[in-house]
Unconditional design. Structure first.
Length: 716
């Protein structure tokens, strides 16, 4: 489309005119703020031109190929440009870039609304949906056709300008306002996280490990206060909560986290309540009783009732076991320190101490065996062995990056002896510039190009670990942090190993209560001796992790499992409460959250509020879907049982895993993919047995029920 490209000039804009790079890798080093908005406008204009071409077709000539396939590929440039911009702003942004992102998001949202409300376009989609000879279509094509039609209906396509002008107008207003609110919510969380800076003297930090003290000292020196110690909320201040005997400081840090975006200049309470109101209104406009109903009806779980039953079953199992765990911690605190009343900010500290007493070891004893670079070698070795691939680091610099911390790897398939994909790794925190947490991003998903050629997917992992203190002291990880790396790499593998014809069905384009299965599954290998022997070595002596220490790590694995499970259940129930309750009946965020805490929290009256910083459900994609973490955990515990039985790297089992869970993506229904892997439906008790909450003999071969088939919108 040279005319359109010329119209946007900026010949030096790498987003509009990408340089020639191997496998069309993103030109991350060349993208400047002034490139972003023109590139988005170009992407939107090109996508609109493609849609206009579809609309020129007489309705009766609309076919799967010239409408549905054309839509599949019509906005690829816009998606490519948006993905690069979002990644750069999310990992190395500032206030100016975040303000620019708001403008960009608003333009993209307007475009999306235009498309979803385009009556001429929908007329052609509906014609194909209603008249196509399905015997000539593949199962993937039938699924894509039905999903396309249903997606437009769920977006309000049945509202016509002639009969429903007010509804069309309102849906547009909701889309615009939601885009702004979610951006504001995210920005507030980033700013609030960066705003907390606690400078401490050494006298305030008794018990904090030397490793952490050196990190805090380095942070303080960078902030202009050498000789002191800087504690921030990112990287996580967990070392204070678990090791510092200064109760007042633990309380301060706990309250800072608990009150993040709750009150103060970065308050998110109005943003989140407005988001919930708009989601509810939109869901009801298109025929659903609630936003949860709207979301879950298209998920593996299938119905709000199934989700609530699942969460209630978790609550019934986790709560009594968690209460026993807490009672043991309280007794320990009373015995060791004479503490009569255990507060929320005391739990991590005394839980850690009790764990060390019971198992005669500590996380600090383990960390020297988990330097970040060695862990990355370990996950590479594991993935190569499990998936029959190779990861080759780009040391020649042929794939540009936007920050020196980022490394790039080519993923080679041993079966074909060719490059399967590109993997970008970015593991260090950049407070104020980088979103918190850990995640996987997709620059380009798998699938085929319009000409039928196979595309090379490009994925990345981003984390927020502290930088090394010095060249002699690398970043040392806890076992849980090692699991985070394996987890996110599992997401990347889901993308990079995806197969199928249409990109929208491939890789991580799956139901959100299934998408965590490929990632959580990888965590199961972390503490296996065979795996640890491949990478866990002391960073100073190169001594392999001792067998007795590996045994202790495994013995400790289920310590606190019930409290962790109860915490995830609380978040899942909180999410469903926000999205299945009529917002008109919510008198206050505090009342709603406390009603859930009274049932699913061991400290129902703890200070603060979780919802204002609960980005997963208010700014991310997990609204009415946070239960998916626990749902997928049941699935991953079940799938790993096959490797327990056949061998950690049994070739036949590993090949079947790659060919089903990782390769099929959304080309088949999630339950069908699971059954293809395991030969049966999931065992609902698999997770409870793994966590030691049910005995191994409790398996009565029960299986999760199939998703309920719910009716669509009333007018659908």
């Amino acid at each position: 489309m040279p005319d359109l490209q010329d119209a946007f000039a900026q010949a030096d804009n790498p987003l509009i005119n990408p340089p020639s790079l191997p496998f069309d890798a993103p030109p991350l080093d060349r993208v400047k703020p002034e490139h972003m908005l023109p590139a988005i406008e170009y992407g939107i204009a090109k996508a609109k031109a493609n849609i206009d071409a579809i609309k020129q077709l007489p309705v009766e000539q609309a076919t799967f190929e010239n409408v549905i396939e054309a839509l599949e590929y019509g906005d690829e440039d816009l998606g490519r440009i948006s993905g690069i911009i979002s990644h750069i702003v999310g990992t190395n942004g500032d206030d100016n870039l975040r303000a620019l992102r708001k403008q960009i998001n608003a333009k993209v949202a307007d475009y999306s609304t235009d498309v979803s409300q385009d009556e001429e376009l929908f007329a052609r989609i509906k014609h194909v949906h209603d008249t196509a000879d399905r015997t000539t279509l593949s199962p993937q094509q039938i699924m894509m056709l039905d999903d396309a039609y249903k997606g437009y209906v769920r977006s309000g396509a049945l509202f016509t300008e002639a009969e429903h002008p007010a509804e069309k107008k309102r849906l547009r207003e909701i889309s615009q306002e939601m885009t702004r609110l979610r951006s504001d919510y995210t920005d507030n969380r980033i700013k609030a996280t960066a705003a907390y800076q606690r400078f401490a003297d050494i006298s305030e930090l008794p018990g904090v490990p030397e490793r952490a003290l050196r990190q805090y000292a380095k942070q303080a020196e960078k902030a202009g206060q050498p000789g002191r110690y800087l504690i921030q909320l990112e990287p996580s201040p967990m070392d204070i909560l678990t090791h510092c005997s200064n109760t007042a400081l633990r309380e301060e840090i706990y309250r800072a986290q608990a009150n993040l975006c709750y009150g103060g200049p970065y308050d998110n309470t109005k943003n989140m309540t407005d988001i919930v109101k708009l989601r509810h209104e939109r869901a009801q406009m298109v025929g659903y009783s609630s936003y949860a109903d709207f979301v879950v009806s298209e998920r593996m779980t299938g119905s709000v009732q199934t989700v609530n039953d699942f969460l209630e079953r978790n609550l019934a199992t986790y709560r009594p076991a968690a209460e026993k765990e807490l009672a043991e911690i309280k007794a320990f605190a009373q015995r060791t320190d004479g503490l009569a009343d255990l507060e929320p900010w005391d739990v991590a500290y005394y839980s850690r101490a009790l764990k060390e007493e019971k198992f005669k070891t500590s996380v600090e004893e383990v960390r020297p065996y988990f330097p970040l670079d060695k862990v990355l070698e370990g996950v590479r070795h594991h993935a190569e062995k499990l998936f029959d691939i190779q990861l080759r680091e780009d040391k020649a610099g042929q794939y540009p990056v936007h920050h020196p911390d980022v490394k790039v790897y080519e993923v080679w398939d041993n079966k074909t002896q060719s490059v399967r994909g590109l993997f970008y790794a970015d593991y260090y925190a950049r407070p104020g510039a980088k979103n918190g947490g850990a995640w996987q991003n997709t620059f380009r998903g798998p699938g085929q190009n319009p000409d039928g050629s196979t595309r090379i997917p490009i994925a990345g992992n981003t984390c927020n670990f502290p930088e090394p203190v010095s060249a002699d002291e690398p970043t040392l990880l806890s076992p849980d942090e090692v699991k985070t790396i394996f987890h996110e790499f599992g997401h990347a593998m889901h993308c990079l190993l995806g197969e199928g014809r249409y990109p929208s069905q491939c890789g991580t384009s799956v139901s959100w209560d299934f998408v965590e299965l490929p990632s959580q599954l990888q965590e199961n290998w972390v503490l296996e001796k065979e795996v640890l022997d491949s990478f866990a070595a002391h960073y100073q002596t190169s001594e392999k992790i001792p067998a007795e220490l590996v045994k202790k790590l495994n013995d400790m694995e289920n310590f606190g499992a019930a409290r962790a499970g109860l915490g995830q259940t609380f978040y899942g129930m909180l999410d469903m409460a926000w999205h299945s309750t009529d917002p008109a009946t919510i008198t206050s965020p505090e009342e709603l959250e406390h009603s859930i805490a009274s049932r699913a929290s061991l400290f129902p009256n703890a200070p603060g509020l979780k919802s204002p910083s609960f980005s997963h459900i208010f700014a991310g994609g997990y609204a009415a879907g946070y239960h998916g973490y626990k749902w997928a955990e049941v699935l991953d515990a079940d799938v790993f049982s096959a490797f327990r039985k056949n061998g950690l790297y049994d070739r036949a089992t590993a090949d079947r895993l790659r060919e089903t869970i990782y390769a099929k993506g959304g080309t088949e229904k999630p339950m069908d993919v699971f059954v293809a892997m395991m030969g049966r439906k999931p065992d609902p008790d698999a997770l409870f047995r793994r966590e030691g909450l049910l005995p191994p003999s409790s398996n009565d071969n029960r299986q999760l029920p199939p998703p309920q088939q719910l009716p669509g919108p009333a007018f659908g």
